[in-house]
Design a binder for this molecule. Structure first.
Ligand SMILES: Nc1ncnc2c1ncn2[C@@H]1O[C@H](COP(=O)(O)OP(=O)(O)OP(=O)(O)O)[C@@H](O)[C@H]1O
Ligand SMILES: [Mg+2]
Length: 265
């Protein structure tokens, strides 16, 4: 098995609960994301939060992004500071883009926020990502001239360019055709390998695709008759030898893990 270490905590989620009036959506949500290191590999993290439709994934996503105040509990970074809006790159379920700007202008605006990209580097970075994500011919278009899959890829690049260490993606695999899906999977894996501290958090009900690109899975579900969803199970895919492999979905141990995850939903 590949050698790896789980080092310092990058993100800590403590006792999160969320209620709307009498209705409890989330209860006692606790988990930690730690920095994975491997000898001789620049290694980021890919975490997935899996749960049935309507269970509270998008609500938790907004809390993690600092866009929604939980009823109780907190989310903090490794420096102990509470998370706030803007700390994380966010790719929403509906792929938000500036409708009145061309794709290139939107991407340029995002890149200008990245202290690591200087003037000449911006153009190069945009063109490189556009090429990787098959968007080169669409850079001069406005968002309403793009297909759903193209919007989604533009939205992912936008978050990559702004340089956040955390990128949260809500249902990044929905509505993609199989070829584009493979490409997006491959790119997410690649992104996680570009920077040791880069952490992708994928929120999804597409179990197979999400688990195939992740190193750690948190299953969000209901426990018995208790109201509100909580983390029912954490699965360390590194420990099981199921992380960082391109065609992992064909492995019997992977298929078994998928069945196990389904049993917690
Ligand atoms: N403003 C609100 N007021 C009351 N209930 C809400 C509000 N927003 C969301 N909910 C409820 O919170 C629950 C969780 O919604 P959420 O969008 O997080 O589900 P999800 O797991 O992301 O589902 P999907 O997989 O379909 O995207 C739902 O039952 C929803 O009706
Ligand atoms: Mg959702």
């Amino acid at each position: 098995m590949t050698a790896y270490t789980k080092a310092e905590t990058l993100l800590k989620v403590e006792d999160i609960s969320l209620s709307y009036g009498e209705k409890k959506i989330l209860r006692d949500v606790n988990f930690e994301i730690r920095n994975i290191t491997r000898p001789d590999v620049r290694q980021g993290q890919v975490i997935s939060l899996i749960g049935r439709s309507g269970i509270g994934k998008t609500q938790l996503f907004k809390i993690l992004a600092g866009l929604k105040e939980p009823t109780s509990g907190k989310v903090s970074l490794d420096n102990g500071n509470a998370i706030k809006a803007g700390d994380m790159g966010v790719v929403f379920q509906n792929y938000y883009l500036f409708e009145w700007r061309t794709v290139y202008k939107s991407l340029e605006l995002a890149a200008k926020k990245n202290p690591e990209l200087k003037d000449s580097g911006i153009k190069t970075a945009i063109n490189r990502y556009a090429e990787d994500f098959n968007l080169t011919e669409h850079l001069s278009k406005y968002p309403q001239q793009l297909s759903g899959g193209q919007r989604q890829r533009a939205s992912i690049i936008q978050q990559l360019l702004n340089g956040s260490e955390f990128i949260l993606l809500d249902e990044p695999f929905s509505g993609l055709d199989v070829l584009v899906l493979d490409k997006v999977k491959e790119l997410l894996l690649k992104i996680s390998l570009t920077d040791e501290r880069k952490t992708l958090i994928i929120v999804s009900h597409d179990i197979v695709t999400t688990v195939a690109v992740s190193d750690t899975v948190f299953v969000l579900g209901l426990e018995g008759n208790k109201p509100g969803a909580t983390i029912k199970k954490e699965i360390d895919l590194c420990e099981r030898g199921l992380a960082w492999q391109k065609d992992i979905h064909k492995e019997p141990a992977f298929i078994k893990t998928i069945e196990e995850i389904k049993s917690y939903l």
